[in-house]
Design a protein around this ligand. Structure first.
Ligand SMILES: *[C@@H]1O[C@H](CO)[C@@H](O)[C@H](O)[C@H]1NC(C)=O
Ligand SMILES: *[C@@H]1O[C@H](CO)[C@@H](O)[C@H](O)[C@H]1NC(C)=O
Length: 410
């Protein structure tokens, strides 16, 4: 080959390389399922005045509460909390994977009695099923009546379902709790390859539940690439899992895929709500013929902001969606956990999607971040007209807000 020909081959290859580099995102979109989300779609609740946040008290003992669920019959909030400094080193869903840098792996659950305003740390009884010092790193949480009937108000036992990020892998822990006591007694640890990057859990029976995974790859190089170049249309979905006694654990994908499945809740009329924290949407599903492992998509609601956890407003069945009106600047928050809510603020909002208004989002509460900062979940006790908001990275991990009369909870 003449040297001039050789040179032009190199020039052509270099030009192709430069073109690929400049158009890398476009190439990923055309070939690998990368999607682009218009940031303007996620700003509907930005720059608005505060709403209904005038009477909030921040708890200063519990920290880093990612999720909360109110047991309305007893006006008790159950919270999954933990260690902000530890999460900066290692918390699988937010990119940090350096387990060797994390000092402890023993996070906590709390209950808060909304009638007496008393907070209690719940003691874990591992019941011989797992070692007493087994890793507990909390995330999503749900509660379910321990009896057979969903509406059994006299039942004094509930089940608490909790996502656990142990170093040995993700699991759903199912605890039994007798109302009025301070113990969570483990009755089942559910593991399955489909429970891999778990975020939320929503119970549908004593041993069955839905979960979302918020990433496709739990760890490793592929996870780094997933985070670096995403979001990906194929990355996440809703799984249905059943863990009946004496039978193998079965999990099944029950939704189409989405970029970042996050919040999850099931209403009494068998509607399932799944939020997406990258796409800013909540998808509403119904169980086909009441079968929990066969979901049919009813509609997609654009909620106008990054959507985090979803709870059901007791007595109505309407979902309450916690959103980040100004986006979630996770790198900033992770670099400044001790300043969160002090000098670094993450505004927050709670939306109610009324079924009777076709799930059109309405603003129920908004806070500029001074009281409820980096809030990932909020649930409401209609009886005491109280909202409990949980902040997943903050020292002072939850706030209790008396709602003004202007907020309609019916
Ligand atoms: C993303 O949100 C838009 C607007 O709400 C919706 O049309 C679309 O279906 C959503 N995509 C996914 C994968 O949920
Ligand atoms: C956040 O933390 C970084 C690193 O410690 C620091 O440089 C920065 O000033 C902090 N930002 C704020 C707003 O406090």
């Amino acid at each position: 080959m003449a040297s001039s020909t050789r040179l032009s081959v190199w020039v052509a290859l270099a030009a192709v390389a430069v073109w690929c580099y400049l158009n890398f995102v476009t190439i990923l979109e055309a070939t690998a399922g990368r999607i682009t989300i218009d940031p303007a779609r996620l700003q509907r609740w930005e720059n608005l005045p505060d709403v209904a946040n005038g009477a909030c008290v921040v708890d200063t003992v519990a920290n880093a509460c990612e999720d909360v669920n109110v047991h309305a019959a007893s006006s008790t909030a159950f919270l999954a909390c933990g260690d902000p400094a530890g999460r900066v080193q290692w918390f699988p869903s937010s990119r940090f994977q350096l387990a060797s840098n994390r000092a402890t792996f023993r996070e906590q659950f709390f209950k808060f009695d909304l009638k007496t305003n008393t907070r209690t740390e719940l003691k874990l009884d591992m019941n011989g099923l797992l070692p007493d010092d087994h890793d507990i790193v909390t995330h999503g949480l749900d509660i379910f009546p321990a009896g057979e009937k969903k509406d059994d108000k006299k039942n004094d036992k509930i089940l608490v379902f909790a996502v656990n990020h142990a170093r040995s892998g993700d699991a759903i822990l199912i605890f039994e709790h007798t109302l009025g006591t301070d113990v969570l007694r483990l009755v089942r640890e559910v593991r399955h390859p489909a429970i891999k990057s778990a975020n939320s859990v929503a119970a549908i029976g004593p041993r069955s539940f839905y979960i979302t995974n918020d990433h496709y790859y739990p760890r490793g190089v592929l996870r780094l690439l997933e985070d670096r170049f995403g979001p990906w249309a194929w990355a996440t979905s809703v799984q249905y899992c059943s863990a009946e006694e004496g039978a193998a654990v079965v999990c099944k994908e029950v939704s189409e895929t989405m970029p970042c499945a996050n919040g999850l809740a099931v209403s009494k009329d068998n509607l399932v709500f799944a939020g997406d924290s990258k796409n800013g949407s909540v998808t509403v599903y119904e169980m086909a013929d009441g079968k929990p492992d066969q979901l049919r998509r009813v509609r997609v609601v654009d909620v106008g902001a990054i959507a985090d956890n979803i709870k059901i407003l007791a007595g109505t069945g309407d979902p309450l969606v916690t959103v980040f009106p100004d986006g979630e600047e996770l790198p900033l928050f992770l670099a400044n956990v001790s300043a969160l809510g002090r000098t670094v603020f993450a505004p927050t909002a709670v939306l109610r999607l009324r079924k009777e208004r076709d799930f059109e989002p309405e603003l129920l509460l908004r806070d500029n971040g001074a009281q409820l900062t980096d809030m990932t979940a909020a649930d409401i006790d209609p009886k005491t007209r109280t909202l409990v908001g949980a902040s997943f990275l903050k020292y002072g991990g939850f706030a209790v807000c008396k709602l003004p009369d202007s907020v309609d909870l019916s």
